[in-house]
Design a protein around this ligand. Structure first.
Ligand code: FAD
Ligand code: FES
Length: 338
């Protein structure tokens, strides 16, 4: 595989990128703090400028890049492959320094089970161990599907060949439907781990995990990591799950068996899609998940370590609430599921 050298202008940093890798992922594999978020072309956080050399985009229509960006020679790190050596303009930032070096490995789908009518858990056995922190995600590339899909692990972080993901079957979604229809024993490529919304083992605060819709997996992983951690043994963990309808509610049965959950764990379901006249299932709250979080925790949010994952609309509403409640942003860790 031809190897190219990418040099970051104005610094002495450079990294090697093979012709089959993207500029972003090659940088992260070598410990370069390249800004990013989604890794799938949607958020635009991985933009950089090409100053010299040739590069191509694997997805020219990716929503993260505007026509104005293209005119200014900007590209998305997560969608760009170098065609030779490159000189690029990029502002690195320490917060993106990878906690573990991402690896690419072959993997086999070995099990799947339904969690709700449209959310299932899938188990992959990887050919090589993948090191990840609870809350991180991996990219799953299926044969015949353009571009990988990002899925968060639901198992506890570690150095492991077994990765569990929990995926919602999206109506008309190309990747999620392909995964639901994939026969057991099929091979995929997995690349990970990625993401900054991982469990902070040294945070001296109670923990709030908020998952909306398909944002269950990383919150379950964080809860599993927190209850397995001696450093967090005195912390309370509040888990709030936002569902649209009663049949979408899930997660509690995955949490209650965790050692310590009955003493320090709290689960709350919130349902947004019922009319005021329709009865709620026992224990559930009515409304949007950010409204319930405000109602339940209010001013005490500023004293919590907060993790959340879910659709961009939910993430933006929650973020606004946390800003209004003056929660220090270094206590807030989230992934938006584009
Ligand atoms: C950080 C992160 C973590 C996520 N974790 C989970 C999770 O744990 N569970 C879950 O159910 N969902 C998760 N998602 C959402 C998931 O990745 C998919 O977006 C979702 O499953 C819908 O995919 P689809 O293929 O069914 O829909 P589609 O509409 O077919 O595809 C949407 C996704 O595919 C990418 N894409 C589409 N076309 C191309 C192309 N030609 N080339 C490259 N990329 C393309 C898009 O950027 C978008 O991410 C996560 C997303 C992100 C960003
Ligand atoms: S990280 Fe590349 S567009 Fe989101």
């Amino acid at each position: 595989m031809p190897m190219h050298t990418i040099q970051i202008a104005g610094s002495d940093a450079s990294f090697a990128c093979d012709a089959n890798d993207t500029v972003l992922r090659a940088a992260l594999r070598q410990g370069i703090a390249f800004p990013y978020e989604c890794n799938v072309g949607s958020c635009g956080n991985c933009k950089f400028e090409v100053l010299a050399g040739q590069a191509i985009s694997c997805w020219p229509e990716a929503p993260g890049l505007s026509d104005k960006d293209k005119q200014k020679n900007r590209m998305l790190g997560c969608q760009t492959r170098a065609q030779g050596d490159l000189q690029i303009k990029l502002r690195t930032s320490d917060k993106y320094k990878p906690v573990h070096s991402p690896v690419r490995t072959r993997a086999t789908l070995t099990a799947s089970r339904a969690l709700t009518h449209d959310l299932s858990e899938f188990r992959f056995e990887c050919a090589e161990p993948v090191q990840f922190a609870s809350g991180q995600y991996a990219l799953v590339q299926m044969e015949g599907i353009a571009g990988p899909r990002a899925y968060s692990m639901s198992n506890v972080g570690g150095n492991t060949t077994t990765l569990d993901v929990q995926v919602r079957r999206v109506p008309n979604g190309v990747g999620s439907n392909a995964l639901f229809d994939l026969p057991l024993g099929s091979a995929v490529e997995i690349d990970g781990a990625y993401g900054m919304a991982y469990l902070r083992q040294d945070a001296p605060r109670d923990i709030l995990c908020v998952g909306g819709g398909s944002g269950l997996a990383p919150m379950v992983s964080i809860a599993r990591g927190a209850f397995a951690s001696s450093a967090l043994a005195s912390r309370q963990l509040h888990f709030v799950y936002g569902a649209r309808m009663p049949e979408d509610v899930c997660g509690q049965d995955l949490l209650t068996p965790l050692p310590g959950f009955s003493e320090r764990g709290h689960y709350q379901a919130v349902i947004s899609g019922l009319d005021a006249s329709e009865a709620l299932p026992q224990g559930a709250l009515r409304g949007f998940v950010h409204e319930a979080v405000d109602q339940l925790f209010g001013d005490t949010l500023a004293e919590m370590e907060i993790y959340f994952a879910g659709p961009p609309l939910m993430a933006q509403s929650l973020l606004k609430l946390l800003i209004d409640r003056k929660v220090p942003m270094d206590q807030v860790h989230f992934d938006q599921f584009y």
